[in-house]
Design a protein around this ligand. Structure first.
Ligand SMILES: C[S@@+](CC[C@H](N)C(=O)[O-])C[C@H]1O[C@@H](n2cnc3c(N)ncnc32)[C@H](O)[C@@H]1O
Length: 292
């Protein structure tokens, strides 16, 4: 690995810009919303049975766009029941956008929001220290496990906080996605850091089998238009390429051989599909629903 390459996560504003472009050019949120519309009502159908209040824990809730959609399904399933929604989120910026979103959304009267500005492991240590034994009806970790140091221990800890009829939902890239292919092949040559782990649903499935937890997996097909990555000097393409490789200024800092190999790889059918003169990267996700 060339020493000039550094993790995209080390440059927060570039990360945020590339993430925004990723959302604009992909069906990431659309496919999650479809899952929330079609499958979530069935998944949460018994979490609140006999409860006077429903406790929901969002781990890495980001700016809350997906969280609010989840909450609307819980409200629809349990009309009038009080909901206590707590969010673990280390980024101040994200918490601010989440709060703004809540402020301009109607029909949230029966929901109490609490934000914890910390990582999942900081939350775990704090709660253990306080000897707080609160249980939850629903816990979700959406697109965040990449940033956790010990994934099996984190899953086990949050799983231990589930009520009897509760569910733990994990969403992350699918083992069949272009991401999994790219990371398997090039992860070791991309900037190593302890901030981001290249994991897919295939790895999580393996770990859940070892831990012995019961779960169900749903595949969420999604694509990302990466055509601009192949236009030399295109600013948007460069940012998307940074996002794909988790590398800051990848086109400028990657060794030529690695750059050429990755550009070629991105066009292969294992990663993308070419359609109507455009290149669509396989951004499929998996939703893993874990039983208590
Ligand atoms: C890719 S975003 C996903 C946000 C949201 N769940 C969604 O799907 O739109 C990942 C989020 O996890 C947060 N995060 C990063 N490391 C974390 C950690 N160790 N514990 C909890 N959240 C973390 C980030 O700040 C970010 O908001």
């Amino acid at each position: 690995m060339a020493s000039s390459m550094r993790s995209l996560l080390s440059d927060h504003s570039r990360y945020v810009e590339s993430f925004r472009l990723f959302l604009e050019n992909s069906t990431e949120h659309q496919c999650m919303l479809e899952f929330i519309d079609r499958k979530l009502p069935g998944i949460i159908s018994s979490i609140g049975k006999g409860k006077s209040a429903i406790n929901i824990l969002s781990v890495g809730g980001g700016s809350g766009e997906i969280d609010l959609q989840i909450l609307s399904k819980v409200q629809a399933k349990y009309p009038g029941v009080a909901i206590n929604n707590e969010v673990i989120e280390p980024s101040n910026e994200q918490i601010l956008s989440y709060k703004e979103r809540v402020a301009k959304t109607s029909k949230l009267e029966n929901i109490k929001f609490t934000w914890h500005k910390e990582t999942s492991s900081e939350y775990e240590s704090r709660i253990k220290e306080k000897k707080e034994f609160k249980k939850w009806e629903f816990i979700h970790m959406i697109q965040m496990l990449y940033y956790v140091k010990d994934i099996p221990a984190t899953i086990q800890y949050f799983h231990s906080l589930l009520e009897a009829k509760a569910k733990l939902l994990i969403i992350l890239v699918s083992g069949t996605s272009g991401w999994a292919q790219l990371w398997k092949k090039y992860g070791p040559r991309l900037p190593l850091n302890d901030l981001c782990l290249y994991v897919s649903s295939a790895d999580i499935k393996e770990q859940l089998d070892i831990i012995g937890l019961k779960y169900q997996i749903y595949e969420l097909p999604s694509t990302m238009d990466i055509t601009s990555c192949f236009i030399a000097g295109n600013k948007e393409g460069e940012l998307l390429l940074d996002f794909l490789t988790e590398t800051c200024y990848f086109s400028k800092t990657a060794p030529l051989d690695l750059k050429n190999e990755i550009m070629e790889e991105l066009k292969k059918p294992e990663c993308s599909e070419e359609r109507g003169g455009k290149v669509f990267f396989n951004n499929s996700l998996s939703a893993i629903v874990i039983e208590p």
